[in-house]
Design a protein around this ligand. Sequence first.
Ligand code: ADP
Ligand code: MG
Length: 286
Amino acid sequence: MYFQLKQLSMTYPSGKEALKDVTLELKSPNLIGLLGPNGAGKSTLMQLLVAGILPTKGEILLDNVPLMQAEHLLKSKLGYLPQTFGLYDELTIYQFLDYIAALKQIPNRKQAIDSVLSDTNLKDKKKIKIRTLSGGQRQRVGIAQALLGNPQFLIFDEPTVGLDPEERIAFRNLFSRMAQERLVLLSTHIIEDVQSVCNQLIVIHHGNILFVGTPVELICQAEGHVGIFEETNIGQESGISITSRVNTSRGIICRAVADKLPVFASFAEPTLEDAYLYLISKEDAK
Ligand code: ADP
Ligand code: MG
């Protein structure tokens, strides 16, 4: 699958410009992380990609066909986990998935459901009513319904919300496995979700795309802009963003990103998180 987003803008009726002139290409197979702070425009971008809303400007092409004309093809190949979704509280997990499988017109429903129950580690819970599930379990049901029917294009909007660390690792591995032959796009504001698995990152902020590339390329951009120093050194310096503070026997040691680091800072090797925060802080300073 090949998506082209051409000068895409989305302004809500309220006047809020959620996306501004976004031009992007998404190609299969790939695991792409869409990274950005809350309110950046991630969910808006995903809703445009699933043709849930229409852009106010620009267009999306799927395999060179305008999305509006390719909508049927898109829906037949799509698995989507929206950021917020209603589950049918009085149904059991199995009944709910059976209902979604029927809507998706999946031929061998039982086999398809068993397969996604196993992927999401919900096999032993299938007879439990959705009403009684924890937040993380509900999220797993949401992921399971997206996986039904083995779609070639998977969009997960903040899939790891509510999951415990072990579950997050399990899903990271699942997404990575799926992406070997599919296009998987996942949004998050949690760096660990994307750092070891995504081949491509898209960083979005205030509706603008700030970066498209590999995690290593993003890290390289922050080379020379990450430093550590003792907190007592901080005076009136401006333009530095502290990314962490650690208590040590020498007092509090700060880690910070800045266009120009203060003289008392010693350089540190950037991590992906530093690089992301550097990019966002540069934009905020504009
Ligand atoms: P993210 O998913 O990155 O947190 P969203 O795409 O949900 O960001 O939102 C981007 C911006 O658009 C935010 O400022 C949000 O408040 C606004 N927004 C989102 N949905 C609507 C809507 N239906 N009507 C008006 N504004 C909206
Ligand atoms: Mg969102």
